[in-house]
Design a protein around this ligand. Structure first.
Ligand code: ATP
Ligand code: MG
Length: 580
């Protein structure tokens, strides 16, 4: 039940000072709070005996006021420490979570949905933060403060009476164990459902255009209603257990009161305790109500925190399926790129997505990768990025298997323009600066010219400062592609990987970009996959893929001579271009 505290041990050790002070002061506050009832009891006894004077009355009142002031100050101190810890753990966990996500490989994101990850980063982390703040408060109040009040009742009033009054306690203990387990299980289900819902929201919002275009609003509403209903039902299941906590405790507290009062009056009548004792005892009974409730809160908060921490840890403990080798081989400059009989399948695939691929590409050469859709072009290019665990065969750069090259190093060489464009909700300038941190405007404009985006840029209202993406101007598909290209060009990468990155521009623009690439990237290696063969006509080698296998290879002229897929495709595109 308290394993969540053990799992958060790193945090409590880190914040040792905060928690030592906070908890110590909290305990002191508890002890001081015991004094006013006793003072009041003594005053009443003096009144009953008729020995009270104006002087002693003022003394009693002054002492009570002084205690109140101390309690005021002390409460401030523990509150600040404990609830400050809440905010701190939230920040620490969240940045740890985020940093961890950044180390994850594509297959992790294929297995985990974004909405659920976001739920973990917000809702679940919030639950853990409640555990280290409010949870710690209830932990102290339900144990130490509870014991202190019991001792005060026993020592200052009567042990017999105290024992009688706490008879209903075991009842609470049993109930809490049962409720606690139920809360944990149901709360986990509710959080999982919340994650699913988040995911659905994300998809509906980002896909709203498609949903509208296909008039699927009603269907989407229904789907969403079903999922919110699921979240509702699962949270209600939690609430149903939740609702048992309070009545159970109230019932036990009530029993304590009945026992305490009847037995107390009996003891007063038999002259075993004084009336003042009974008044003090009643006030203590009043004070013990909160610790009893705190037991309930404690169980509840710990179970929720525990369940949420399990969800967070599940993500934090995910190990990326591609990791840096312990002793990377230092390769200063990427030279020859070789694929030797590479066979590869995606972790989630049941068939090989590349089969027996061999090729070798000298430094400075350009490789064209063509083939029908789904033939494995993107897969082949992505192998160089080492985003997935390598398959069989070997991929070497300068004679070193890429698994033995440090990932940062490897990615540092690459300029990668993926098939699906990703622009951030930032300015054009910032998007391009992703390729080269702090790049000057001159350099940015140069890259933009290479990507044939210069004239488009002039039509953008604020030029480089134009916001693109979700909150800004919507760029056309071809414009987005060319911003992505600029981002890759500006880094002047040793190896440029263009995955169908010219698909959304017209033939003339494509020709211009290809020319620019050829003249600017002399001596550097370039890999281009494309559907339009004109984009790779100039390449030193072209491979034609089909079903993950290389079925034809050679230069443009050689391939035309083969009278195969390439030639057929080329002629068809020639006809289309002439028509268009
Ligand atoms: P296109 O011309 O449409 O871009 P492509 O030649 O780039 O196609 P790939 O994206 O390499 O094709 O896909 C090759 C095969 O691998 C396809 O059958 C595809 O379904 C499969 N595939 C691609 N990505 C994954 C993935 N992440 N997990 C599992 N299978 C995948
Ligand atoms: Mg592709």
């Amino acid at each position: 039940m308290f394993s969540v505290l053990k799992d958060l041990g790193w945090f409590f050790r880190r914040e040792k000072r905060r928690y030592t002070i906070g908890l110590f002061v909290l305990i002191i506050a508890g002890i001081i709070e015991l004094l006013p009832p006793r003072l009041l009891g003594s005053a009443i006894d003096e009144i009953v005996r008729g020995s009270i004077t104006a002087g002693s009355l003022i003394k009693y009142i002054a002492m009570i006021i002084a205690l109140l002031l101390i309690i005021y100050w002390i409460t401030y101190i523990w509150m600040r420490n404990l609830f400050g810890g809440s905010n701190l753990v939230e920040r620490l966990l969240r940045s740890r979570f985020m940093n961890h996500l950044l180390t994850m490989t594509p297959s992790f994101f294929e297995r985990n949905r974004t909405g659920d990850l976001m739920a973990r980063a917000t809702n679940d982390i919030r639950a853990v933060s409640v555990t280290v703040g409010f949870g710690m408060l209830t932990l102290v109040d339900s144990t130490i403060f509870f014991a202190v009040v019991l001792f005060a009742m026993g020592f200052l009033v009567s042990w017999k009476l105290t024992l009688a009054a706490v008879l209903p306690l075991p009842l609470i203990a049993v109930a809490m164990v049962i409720y606690g387990k139920a809360i944990h299980d149901r709360y986990t289900l509710a959080q999982d459902a919340f994650g699913d819902m988040n995911d659905q929201v994300l998809e509906s919002v980002s896909g709203v255009r498609v949903i509208r275009a296909y008039v699927q609003e009603r269907l989407d509403e229904k789907r969403f209603a079903a999922i919110t209903d699921d979240v509702y039902r699962k949270n209600m299941a939690v609430a149903r257990v939740d609702s048992f906590f309070e009545p159970t405790i109230r019932f036990c507290v009530g029993l304590s009161y009945i026992i305490g009062l009847t037995y107390g009056i009996y003891l007063v009548l038999r002259n075993q305790i004084t009336l003042g004792d009974l008044v003090s005892f009643n006030m203590y009974l009043g004070m013990i109500v909160w610790p009893m409730f705190a037991i309930g809160e404690l169980i509840n908060v710990m179970q929720r925190g525990g369940a949420s921490l399990e969800r967070i840890d599940e993500t934090l403990n995910a190990v990326p399926d591609v990791q840096d080798v312990a002793n990377p081989v230092a390769v200063s400059d990427p030279g020859l790129i070789e694929f030797n009989n590479v066979t590869f399948r995606y972790p989630s695939s049941t068939i090989d997505n590349l089969t027996g691929v061999s090729l070798s590409l000298s430094k400075g050469e350009t490789l064209g990768v063509v083939g029908r859709t789904g033939s494995g072009k993107s897969t082949l290019l992505k192998q160089l990025l080492h985003e997935y665990p390598t398959g069989t065969g070997s991929i070497l750069i300068s004679g070193v298997p890429i698994q033995n090259i440090a990932l940062d190093r490897l990615h540092g060489w690459m300029g990668y323009v993926p098939q699906e464009q990703i622009l951030f909700s930032k300015t054009v300038r910032e998007n391009i600066q992703f390729g080269l941190v702090n790049a000057s405007d001159d350099k940015i404009l140069e890259a933009i010219s290479t990507a044939a985006f210069r004239s488009d840029l002039e039509t953008l209202e604020s030029g480089l400062d134009t916001l693109v993406g979700e909150r800004g101007v919507s760029l056309s598909g071809g414009q987005k592609q060319r911003v992505s290209l600029s981002r890759a060009f500006i880094a002047e990468p040793e190896i440029l990987v263009l995955d169908d990155a010219l698909s959304a521009v017209d033939a003339r623009t494509e020709a211009r970009i290809v020319d620019n690439i050829r003249s600017q990237r002399a001596g550097k290696t370039t890999l281009i996959s494309t559907h339009r063969l004109s984009a790779v006509e100039h390449a030193d080698q072209i491979v034609v893929l089909d079903n993950g296998r290389i079925i034809e290879r050679g230069t443009h002229t050689e391939l035309l001579g083969l009278n195969g897929w390439y030639r057929e495709q080329y002629e068809r595109q020639q006809v289309e271009d002439n028509l268009g």
